[in-house]
Design a protein around this ligand. Structure first.
Ligand code: NAP
Ligand code: HSE
Length: 433
């Protein structure tokens, strides 16, 4: 690229995140160290009122005005979704443009094809904003911690869920009212179930797993995913009684003995003395164990306009450097296997709705003993929902396999003294450092 050339940036989408990028780059373009022009913007509705002022001649509803304009060097895909956004990113790459994307869903589902196309075209795809909002975790893994292998990466990767769990615990507020606030603050995906049901966290941990281990893990098929829908305020209070806090934890572990990795997303009880148990609100935290560096923990706003814009602008800066030079990409690890859920162990928290009568405890304890599961702590509590003939049994177990836990739950459901399906959470314990 010739020195002093003005770099032209096109946008696919001008919603929450893109408007943050537009505003901050308009105010302070010098951060990029190059002359840039915000040149074309594709949206669904050019008449829509926006928070930033965009000259009407720059707006279009035809994405090809961005992806096929030969004068555009960098395309920011900030529209979301996995079909159209993917096709347009591919088109932009095929046209030789560098693509910047915050779209973790598209990258998780078909990142392999996007990266392949970028490589084929001698171009690049930057995706810092796709994981943990403003926390530069992609760069940390790819560059800052390049000396390491990664036995464990875990953390809070969804701002919306963390915001909801935090406010539920602090204010005893209703789930719906908090979700409405999260939406107003620009945290929530267009399809809110991506956040609430754990898929957004799964997309993000899949991206981190790729960066750390060079393999793509498919959420659902190859990664158990559970969201926060069924977590009750009572679970949060009882967890606290046991010195834990419930967080939506995404993790990827590597077992060096079997050379396999296992990723998961579920609401888990995190010991109160773990840093991530104290990361609240929209904040995300990523804890990375590196075999050289030890543990590093990275915390920052995980969603919202400005935090995410900060990461997109960092990617634009990298894209500019790329256009002037090149970047290094970690090589894939073809020998690594995916671990099966049955090979993975955890301690568990169980909320069991039982009939309040003699002999219940004995029957439940016998069932756990039959499956070789040792109960660590146990409490019986009255129900707050007026069902006085029933009670809650709240218990935690010692470490056992996922298979044992699944088997005991099947048997518990069959007991006449058990009134409803057991609700199970993992206790997320990590090696002490
Ligand atoms: P958003 O507010 O819903 O904005 C989406 C933008 O894309 C809108 O400007 C919309 O146009 C445009 N668009 C959607 N479909 C289109 C289509 N078929 N053709 C043309 N334009 C289309 O979304 P956002 O919150 O900024 O998120 C954008 C991306 O960033 C998503 O991938 C999201 O997962 C990711 N992300 C978001 C956050 C966050 O905190 N919000 C954080 C990290 C990553 P109109 O304005 O005309 O409707
Ligand atoms: N909906 C996402 C979240 C946006 O709440 O974390 C950031 O990726």
């Amino acid at each position: 690229m010739e020195a002093g050339k003005t770099i032209k940036i096109g946008f696919l989408g001008m919603g929450t995140v893109a408007q943050g990028v537009w505003e901050h780059l308009s105010k302070n373009p010098n951060v990029l160290g190059a002359k840039v022009e915000l040149s074309k913007v594709c949206v669904r509705d050019t008449k829509k009122k926006r928070d930033v002022s965009i000259p009407p001649e720059k707006l279009t509803t035809n994405p090809r005005d961005v992806t096929s304009d030969p004068s555009i060097d960098i395309v920011c895909e900030l529209m979301g979704g996995t079909t159209r956004a993917f096709d347009l990113s591919m088109e932009a790459l095929r046209a030789g443009k560098v693509v910047v994307s915050a779209n973790k869903a598209a990258i998780c589902e078909r990142g392999d094809l996007l990266f392949e196309e970028a490589k084929k075209m001698g171009s690049a795809l930057f995706f810092e904003a796709s994981v943990a909002g403003g926390v530069p975790v992609v760069k940390i893994l790819r560059e800052g911690l390049v000396a390491n292998r990664f036995p464990l990466i875990y953390g809070i990767l969804n701002g919306t869920c963390n915001y909801i769990l935090t406010r539920m615990e602090r204010e005893n507020a209703s789930y719906e009212s908090i979700l409405a606030d999260a939406r107003r603050l620009g945290y929530v995906e267009a399809d809110e179930s991506l956040d609430i049901d754990g898929w957004d966290s799964a997309h993000k941990i899949a991206v981190l797993a790729y960066l750390a281990h060079g393999v793509w893990i498919k959420p659902g098929e190859q990664m158990p995913v559970m969201g926060i829908r069924e977590v009750k305020l009572e679970d949060m209070l009882w967890a606290k009684d046991f010195d834990y806090r419930i967080k939506l934890v995404a993790s990827v572990r590597k077992n060096p003995r079997t050379n396999s990795i296992f990723a998961s997303v579920y609401p888990a009880l995190v010991p109160l003395d773990d840093v991530i148990a104290n990361v609240n609100g929209v904040y995300n935290a990523v804890s990375i164990d590196g075999d050289v560096v030890g543990r590093t923990v990275h915390i920052g706003r995980g969603a919202g306009r400005d935090a995410t814009a900060s990461a997109v602008i960092a990617d634009i800066a990298d894209a500019i450097k790329f256009l002037k030079g090149g970047v290094c990409v970690r090589r894939e690890n073809k020998k690594l296997k995916l671990a099966k859920a049955s090979e993975v162990t955890s301690a568990f928290y169980v909320r069991l709705g039982v009939k309040d009568r003699a002999g219940v405890l004995a029957k439940v304890a016998e069932c756990f003993a039959k499956h070789g599961i040792s109960i660590e702590r146990l409490k019986q509590l009255a129900r707050s929902d007026g069902l006085s003939s029933k009670a809650w049994l709240i218990l935690t177990t010692h470490e056992t396999s996922e298979q044992n836990m699944s088997d005991v739950c099947s048997d518990l459901k069959k007991l006449s003294v058990v009134a409803e399906r057991p609700f199970v959470l993992r206790i997320f314990k990590t090696p002490k450092i």
